[in-house]
Design a protein around this ligand. Sequence first.
Ligand SMILES: Cc1ncc(COP(=O)(O)O)c(C=O)c1O
Length: 359
Amino acid sequence: MMHNFDAGPSILPKEVFQQASEAILNYNNSGLSILEIGHRTDLFQAVMDEAIALVKELMQLDDRHEVLFLHGGASTQFFQIPMNLLNDNEMAAYTETGTWSGKAIKEAKLFGHVEVVCSAKESNYNYLPKQFTVPKTAKYLHITSNETIHGVQWHDFTPFYEAGVPLVADMSSDILSRVIDFKKFDLIYAGAQKNVGAAGVNIVVVNKNILGKVNRKLPTMMDYRNHIENGSMLNTPPVFAVYVCMLTLRWLKQLGGVAAIEAINNQKGKLLYDAIDSLPVFKGTVIAKEDRSLMNVCFVMDNTDLEKEFLTVCKQNNVVGVKGHRSVGGFRASLYNALPLESVKVLTELMKDFANKKG
Ligand SMILES: Cc1ncc(COP(=O)(O)O)c(C=O)c1O
């Protein structure tokens, strides 16, 4: 068995791989492959409808919120959001907590003013800055709930809820991994390729009431309202990617929903962080323990030769995807929803064994 800790695209439930591969050969006993059915057929409409309904149910959204499945990855949302929400002479507030929020800020500056209300750039994003004020004049506040590269995750959203301006969140790497009051957000987006499905599709949850307030002309494909009107089928949607999302969302519902997966994710995170904290040869890169991510666990060793040796040990034991991002170094173990607790046990046993030999 492989233990896949990749940061994304990443592990999905085994049942989803099984069902998706069956659907490639014969979708729902139609005699057709999921890859050859038209997106305007009843066969695919049922997939889209179920996927949207499952997101609404799992997130406990209300009628203000629309769920969209869009192309372009989360990176397209970096510019589509300010394009739809921010006039040239207006300002949006951003928290700068890692590489991904940095990229969102860069794109937003193309459409209006950006006020960075807090930044941990100086310390290579090894904590979350909590002293900040969001100006009431901001058109919206943008946060990145989990920074995939630096391994920091917001655990308390109260200051954002209290900011009193529309709240926008990039939840690419922790969507549906823990209980959050999703209704309190006005726009949530996530590349699906981590917790929700295959690469090639984005989930966007948007409060309709914040749309239609900018005065620039929007290209048809960039205007969220057109996607809402057309039920995420303004053009050909990424049919197979949406199908894999639907299967993964079904799996999550059957498991007991977000609260159930949160309990498992907490166990996985505790197991790995306890190993890091108790073995002197390993060191967590996030200095503020309360900001550590339960999805992307980053750690290093003092000696890069030892790091290489441990990577080899991992490989020999079918533990893959643990090499850290080059901007942080060391290791990054991603503990997304579909990763079994068993895999974390295997990794921590390898760490203990290695520490005993080298410590
Ligand atoms: C937090 C976060 N935001 C945005 C992105 C960019 O996503 P995409 O590659 O789908 O454009 C990523 C990719 O890993 C991410 O982790």
